[in-house]
Design a protein around this ligand. Sequence first.
Ligand code: AMP
Ligand code: ZN
Ligand code: FE
Ligand code: FE
Length: 283
Amino acid sequence: MKTCDLHTHTTASDGSDTPKELIFKAVEAGLSAIAVTDHDTTKGLPEAEAAAKETSMEFIPGVELSVNFTKGNMHMLGYLMDVSNGRFREVLERVQAARAERNPKILALLEGLGMPVSMKELEELSQGGQIGRPHIARAMVKKGYVKSVSEAFEKFLKRGARAYAPKSILSPEEAIEVIRGAGGVPVLAHPFSLLTRDEAELFYIVSGLADSGLMGMECYYSEHDEAFTSMCLGIARRLGLVVTGGSDYHGKAKPHIMLGRGRGGLVVPYSCVEALLAAKANA
Ligand code: AMP
Ligand code: ZN
Ligand code: FE
Ligand code: FE
């Protein structure tokens, strides 16, 4: 069976593999297609696309936008956009500026807690890519303030924790609109992170997004168990949404997640790619 991975990160955001390395690892993993979906940036796409051209790997350009949501975390994946679209670029720049303003705020809070980290240390860790909380967490581990990245998030960096500063400035509706405006396909990422109580609440939220133009739902995902996956598949079917899936591979930044395989059991059928391409053609 042909398989794919439609959710991955590179050094352009908080992954540890360069776009080129990622493509070669996807070939080694036996995948037929891969999407690069860095947080709020498309900077890694040209290198990934060029590397894919040297192989038989089918490449899908993507992005993962962080959007406002009161309860858990909502991320909106966008696929197959024209990344040079003016409004799309403008929104990415706005989001990137908000991120750049947020990092010093987090560092000031950490300094106040007696755990100084400098911008220079973060820049070294991010290798020129966009800096996010995972880089700050890694710097905290390196400096011996915490034992692990997850301890850094739990104690200091997660929403509501002592060194947290908010980032999202984009509404889900705006993200959907800007992705579609650039000819892309908006897909709700990892629905488990919305922390909904039950199927009815998830259905309510996703159907609202579908009314706003959402076209797909990431049903196959590393952190989804079988029951949650089938619940997502059911909701996607009821709402006529494209089904997608991915591992959320970050390389060493999330060492327990393997490309195409998640925690080991994930399989994303190639039909997800065909459905995305069909959705784009019909949009
Ligand atoms: P940011 O983009 O700066 O808001 O950071 C989001 C990134 O942090 C995503 O890649 C998440 O996977 C990662 N992240 C969020 N919570 C945790 C956690 N508890 N442990 C490790 N990584 C996390
Ligand atoms: Zn990430
Ligand atoms: Fe995400
Ligand atoms: Fe992700």
